[in-house]
Design a protein around this ligand. Structure first.
Ligand code: 4NP
Length: 160
């Protein structure tokens, strides 16, 4: 079996993308694919490098059994587009920022997370940073639905 990898990307790497990373890690473990599917996350911005996820993201994730505490924010780099098969953004601003650092030959790797949950009828995981706790629940709902779809797509690459 081949290996395949994903890096989730948002602005700060402290709310949405670490949530997606934790959700995906659990799905991958439950599927028994931890040795074949790599999962990471990063931010397009540099403000929160080295920080743990936002306390509200940790709490909301913790209520659903996800452990975000070991994760630390980092910034996306050009060589991430070589390392990862899927670079999965939360919104259009993330996509634009990724295109600025992505080598031209790797642009096809940039996708929107919500492409993988067409049943939810949105392409955006809204930034919960300036809102209340409810926004973090919505992020989790969206990540759970879309990571299931993304895992199905990644399984296809394992068999290639
Ligand atoms: P994230 O949320 O992109 O989902 O991690 C944000 C985190 C921090 C900021 C904005 C969004 N900020 O402006 O510092």
């Amino acid at each position: 079996m081949k290996n395949v990898s994903v890096c989730f990307v948002c602005l700060g790497n402290i709310c949405r993308s670490p949530t997606a990373e934790a959700v995906m890690l659990r799905l991958v473990e439950e599927a028994g694919l931890a040795e074949h599917i790599g999962v990471d996350s990063a931010g397009t911005g540099d403000w929160h490098i080295g920080e743990a996820p936002d306390a509200r993201a940790q709490r909301a994730g913790g209520r659903r059994g996800y452990d975000l505490t070991p994760l630390r924010a980092r910034q996306i780099r050009a060589d991430d587009f070589q390392r990862f098969d899927f670079v999965v953004a939360m919104d259009d601003a993330n996509v634009s920022a990724l295109q600025d650092v992505c080598p031209a030959s790797m642009r096809h790797k940039i996708r929107l997370l919500m492409e993988f949950a067409p049943q939810l009828d949105t392409l955006v995981v809204a930034d919960p940073y300036f809102g209340g706790e409810a926004g973090f629940e919505t992020v989790l709902d969206q990540c759970e639905a879309a990571c299931a779809g993304l895992l199905a797509a990644m399984r296809g690459h394992l068999a290639d």
